[in-house]
Design a protein around this ligand. Structure first.
Ligand code: MG
Length: 289
């Protein structure tokens, strides 16, 4: 693949221009700029990793930062309404059951890629040509190095000041709960052993987060759910095909933007497991001309 190496070409151009003349410099810079990278070169390999573009967007683009900031800022408006209106619950099961008007209001947030930025872990995996594993993930969590998703801390701080109790429901496992609380606290989030609810399938705290939302609903009126995955917001997402996921989503979108707030995560998620194979995941319009 031809890949102009612009900085090196510019450097050579300036250097040779000064020492040997402009024409020679131009020719050499052009040659260096158009030299093919080695087929086995690391840069070429990394760019072929399907996670590369998604992760570099998250880690580098102003657009990602602006999008998460914007989402959290906009979420404050429906929050104010929901705090005042005791007929509102963001949780489907609680809303169906009723009897929540007298309970104190609470917001439930997911952790990873909602308030905690784990892009460094994913960057390591790409650089090492490794996939996610429970072992490396838990080791990353124990490092307590995750940063805050832009806008999340300001939102949580404001929400707490407005009177909402804060809960974090995460599919991190019990074994890294202490480190997760520590990481959240280090960033300034109001995290404790009590309001961080980790996963333990053997104890009935499964991937779908339903039982943990039930736990919060026993004591609180859930006014808002925030996450980067649909299972952070509602039940019924344990379907295995993209069309089914979208169908469930379409049926439930009435809460979106008011009681349910979705953050972007182009790097990983349940949507990936449901994807059709390779080119079947792409949807070109048919050419009718
Ligand atoms: Mg998440």
């Amino acid at each position: 693949m031809l890949r102009p190496s612009a900085p090196l070409a510019n450097y050579v151009f300036h250097f040779v221009s000064i020492t040997r003349g402009t024409v020679t410099g131009f020719l050499l810079a052009w040659f260096v700029g158009m030299t093919p990278l080695p087929a086995s070169g690391q840069t070429a390999d990394l760019a072929q990793d399907r996670r590369f573009d998604a992760l570099t967007w998250v880690q580098n683009s102003a657009e990602y930062r602006m999008l998460t900031e914007q989402t959290f800022r906009l979420a404050l408006h429906p929050l104010v309404t929901a705090l005042d209106d005791v007929t509102i619950s963001a949780d489907e099961a609680q809303l169906a059951e009723g009897k929540f008007a007298d309970k104190p209001p609470a917001i439930i947030l997911d952790c990873d890629e909602t308030v905690l930025d784990n892009s460094a872990y994913n960057a390591r995996n790409i650089l090492k040509k490794e996939n996610y594993s429970t072992e490396t993930w838990n080791a990353w969590c124990l490092e307590v190095q995750a940063e805050a998703i832009p806008g999340s801390l300001e939102f949580v701080t404001r929400a707490k000041a407005l009177g909402a109790d804060i809960f974090f429901i995460t599919n991190r496992r019990d074994v890294v709960k202490k480190a997760t609380v520590e990481n959240l606290k280090k960033l300034g989030f109001p995290a404790t052993e009590e309001n961080v609810l980790t996963k333990n399938k053997e104890l009935g705290r499964g991937d779908d987060k339903i039982s943990r939302r039930e736990t919060v609903a026993k004591t609180h009126r859930i006014v808002m759910l925030i996450g980067d995955s649909m299972s952070d917001l509602c039940s019924g997402m344990d379907v295995t095909e993209t069309s089914q996921r979208n169908q469930v989503g379409n049926q439930k979108f009435q809460q979106l933007g008011s009681r349910w707030i979705m953050l972007p995560n182009p790097v990983y998620g349940g949507w990936q497991q449901a994807l059709p194979e390779n080119e079947h995941a792409l949807k070109p319009k048919s050419n009718t001309k």
